[in-house]
Design a protein around this ligand. Structure first.
Ligand SMILES: [Zn+2]
Length: 257
C-alpha cells in the first residue's frame, strides 16, 4: 500500500505543478484579453466620433445651403423693390426683406455653433486616435512578453505531462482512478499525511482507530471529513510536517513511543 501511495505522491507533485501552471496561464490570458478590450474600446470610440463628425459636416452643408437660398431670395426682393412705385408695396417688401434677414442671422448663429462643435469633436477625435496608437505601441511589447510566457508555460506543461504519463502507467490500477477523481474535485493535494493526529488536508482530528489503520497501511484509508487519502509519514512521528515517505531519515534508535 505504502509503495503504491509513494508513486501516487510523485504523480501528485507533478499535478500540483501542472495546476499552478494552468492558473498562471489563465491569468496571463486574462491580461491579454484586458489589453485587447482596452484597444477595442478605443477603436469603438474612434468610430463613433468619426460618424458624429460626418453628421456635423452634413448639417453644416445643409445650413450653408439654406443661408445661400435666403441670401438669393433677399437679393431678388431687393431687385423687385427698385421697380416698385407704390409705397404700400414697397413697405411690404421691406418687411419681407427684414424678416429674411432675421432668418438669415438666426441660421448663421446656428451655423457658427455647429462650426464650434465640429472643431471640438475634431479635437476629441485627434486625442482618441493618438491614444489608440500609443496604446497599440505600448502594449505591443507587453503582448509579446505575455505570449512568450504562455509559450514557455505550454512547453513546461508538455514536459510535466510526459513525466506524468510515464509514472501513470506504473500506478496502481485501483488507487490511481480514485486519486484522479479526488484531484478533479479538489484541485489540490488529495493524498495527505497525518499530522498531529489530524488529516493535514482538512485538519480534522482523527480517531485512534483511523490513525491505526493508516499506520498499518494495509488498505486505503480516507479522511471521513474531506475524503482525502491518508498516509502515515514514515521516518518521523505523526508530527512530521508533510515529509515525503521516500525521504526516510535514519534516526538513532531511542525510546520512542
Ligand atoms: Zn480531511
Amino acid at each position: 500500500m505504502q509503495k503504491a501511495l509513494t508513486l501516487i505522491l510523485d504523480i501528485q507533485e507533478i499535478d500540483m505543478q501542472m495546476i499552478r501552471l494552468m492558473r498562471l496561464k489563465r491569468e496571463r490570458q486574462k491580461e491579454l484579453s484586458n489589453i485587447d478590450s482596452i484597444k477595442k474600446d478605443l477603436q469603438r470610440k474612434v468610430l463613433m466620433k468619426e460618424s458624429e463628425i460626418i453628421e456635423y459636416k452634413k448639417n453644416i452643408r445643409l445650413d450653408e445651403g439654406e443661408i445661400q437660398t435666403v441670401v438669393e431670395n433677399t437679393k431678388k426682393l431687393e431687385g423687385q423693390q427698385g421697380a416698385i412705385r407704390k409705397v404700400e408695396e414697397f413697405n411690404a417688401l421691406s418687411q419681407e426683406i427684414s424678416s429674411l434677414e432675421r432668418d438669415r442671422s438666426a441660421k448663421e448663429q446656428r451655423l457658427s455653433d455647429l462650426y464650434d462643435k465640429l472643431a471640438g469633436e475634431e479635437d476629441i477625435y485627434k486625442t482618441l486616435k493618438e491614444s489608440l496608437s500609443t496604446t497599440a505601441d505600448s502594449s505591443r511589447e507587453l503582448v509579446d512578453e505575455i505570449n512568450d510566457s504562455i509559450h514557455r508555460i505550454d512547453e513546461e506543461g508538455r514536459i510535466l505531462k510526459g513525466q506524468r504519463d510515464k509514472l501513470a502507467v506504473k500506478a496502481d490500477s485501483e488507487i490511481f482512478p480514485i486519486y484522479e477523481r479526488l484531484l478533479r474535485n479538489k484541485k489540490n493535494r488529495v493524498v495527505v499525511p497525518i499530522e498531529h493526529r489530524s488529516c493535514s488536508g482538512c485538519h480534522i482530528v482523527l480517531t485512534a482507530q483511523d490513525e491505526n489503520l493508516v499506520r498499518k497501511g494495509e488498505r486505503l484509508t480516507f479522511c471521513e471529513h474531506c475524503s482525502r487519502i491518508l498516509f502515515w509519514p514514515e521516518g518521523e512521528a505523526a508530527e512530521a510536517s508533510g515529509t515525503r515517505p521516500r525521504q526516510r531519515r535514519r534516526r538513532a534508535p531511542t525510546k520512542s513511543a
